[in-house]
Design a protein around this ligand. Structure first.
Ligand SMILES: [Zn+2]
Length: 168
């Protein structure tokens, strides 16, 4: 994935302000303080702080703490770079793939039943326990063909894995 693709994803996750903050940091090899970022982007200090905190939770940004002279005051300089962004997105992507894979396993290792009346879906065990009748309305359940779901999930996972290989 190229750098502008990464920036677009960041914007989707943290909004236009998140993107602005990140762009400032990417152009600041020595880092920036929250006040400097706020000044440069015209985003309120509190919002800058909140977004930096959120992005740091995801590993997109980090800070270096340094003492101001002999005082007890510390200054925090925030920084980021493309390898941090790539690593963070790759982790997130892996997590998404893992969740989808779990869902796929669930779909392929179970038989499902559906109520023709209200579309409630049951696993075999649930349907069996209720004598193959819908809990909501009492209709007789019919077997549910989940192959479209299975192929949909398989396709997405396949695509994400290709993406994953290009990111990380
Ligand atoms: Zn029903």
């Amino acid at each position: 994935m190229n750098d502008s693709g990464i920036i677009k994803i960041v914007e989707q996750m943290y909004g236009a302000n998140g993107r602005k903050i990140l762009e400032v940091l990417l152009n600041s090899p020595n880092g920036r303080t929250i006040e400097e970022i706020a000044q440069e982007t015209s985003i309120r200090v509190n919002d800058v702080r909140r977004l930096l905190y959120e992005m740091s939770q995801d590993g997109l940004v980090a800070y270096i703490r340094s003492q101001r002279g002999e005082s007890h005051w510390y200054s925090y300089r925030w920084y980021s770079n493309y390898s941090m962004l790539k690593a963070s997105l790759a982790r997130r992507l892996k997590e998404v793939i893992r969740v989808l894979q779990e869902r796929l396993n669930f779909e392929t290792s179970n038989t499902f039943y559906i109520c023709p009346n209200d579309q409630s879906v049951y696993t075999f065990e649930e349907a069996f326990e209720n004598n193959f009748q819908c809990i909501q309305c009492g209709s007789d359940l019919v077997e549910f063909d989940n192959r479209p779901i299975v192929s949909y999930l398989s396709n997405i996972i396949e695509k994400l894995k290709k993406y994953d290989n290009s990111v990380g």
